[in-house]
Design a protein around this ligand. Structure first.
Ligand code: CDP
Ligand code: CDP
Length: 241
């Protein structure tokens, strides 16, 4: 039996998972799928509908009923790594990047009912694309628990990391470019807090899978990171760029 063509990519905030994952997917003709947008979408919808964000029952029910449609980034768009996401038909691709979502998403993603509902959908998508479709030869799935929980059988697992300072610098630079007036210290503190919540929760915490290739991207450009993983990806998945 052929193993599914799934590349699992995990790591903390702003480690470069989506930048590198999207480009890797484009090179291999794989679908790029960012699971983070699903947790962000449930968080945004809960906030927008006035659901109590601490109420695991209510937020869980929402995660089970809201219809999420995650589509690949629009080709040619400047900031091409962002998946488009619709919740019950409404495009919330940019809303889910709001600071309020950044602050609350880790509370939502720690809830068992939320994780179960989203993991089921992620496995369905991963199985479909991992088997290969007419358009795509496989899938690059990005998140926190893809190699550990969602697809522990993935033939290639990458754990993308970088120092907290470097990751905060990257996020800060991005926010400034979008005209957001935040200090570096604020970005760093929020990010460290979110990483801690994601790593210390009971359910599917952010962990390095024992068989993952760990890449410290501190001081590396996305090109340099890609260079380090492309050959391995081709060999493991028996594909050519
Ligand atoms: O882009 P960034 O790394 O900042 O975050 P993201 O990948 O969009 O993920 C947002 C949040 O969703 C994370 O901080 C986690 O709390 C949660 N998440 C998760 O729990 N499991 C995943 N597979 C993906 C994201
Ligand atoms: O998906 P994740 O939150 O892990 O990170 P990202 O959104 O792909 O990357 C965050 C920012 O860091 C983007 O502006 C990237 O262009 C930048 N980046 C970088 O400067 N060097 C890298 N090796 C990877 C990403």
């Amino acid at each position: 039996h052929l193993r599914p063509a799934i590349i699992a990519m995990d790591g903390p905030a702003a480690s470069g998972k989506s930048t590198v994952g999207y480009r890797l997917a484009a090179l291999l003709d794989f679908l790029f799928f960012d699971t983070g947008v699903m947790y962000r979408a449930v968080t945004w919808v809960a906030l927008a509908r006035g659901v109590d964000i601490q109420d695991a029952e209510a937020v869980g029910r929402l995660a089970e009923t809201v219809e999420l449609d995650v589509r690949p980034p629009r080709a040619g768009e400047e900031d091409g790594r962002h998946c488009t996401v619709l919740a019950d038909g409404e495009d919330i691709t940019w809303q889910i990047r709001a600071p309020e979502v950044d602050r609350q998403v880790s509370v939502v993603s720690a809830m068992g009912r939320v994780r179960r509902a989203l993991t089921v959908q992620q496995r369905r998508i991963g199985q479909a694309y991992g088997a290969g479709t007419q358009e795509k030869a496989g899938i690059v799935m990005v998140g926190r628990d893809i190699g550990t929980v969602v697809f522990p059988q993935a033939p290639l697992k990458l754990y993308i990391d970088a120092s907290a300072e470097e990751r905060a610098r990257r996020r800060h630079r991005e926010l400034l470019a979008r005209g957001k007036a935040v200090s570096f210290e604020e970005v760093l503190a929020d990010m460290v807090r979110r990483d801690r919540l994601d790593s210390e929760r009971d359910l599917s915490p952010l962990r390095t899978a024992p068989d993952a290739l760990v890449i410290d991207t501190t001081g590396l450009t996305p090109d340099q990171v890609l260079e380090r993983i492309l050959d391995l990806a081709c060999a493991r998945l028996a594909v050519n760029p």
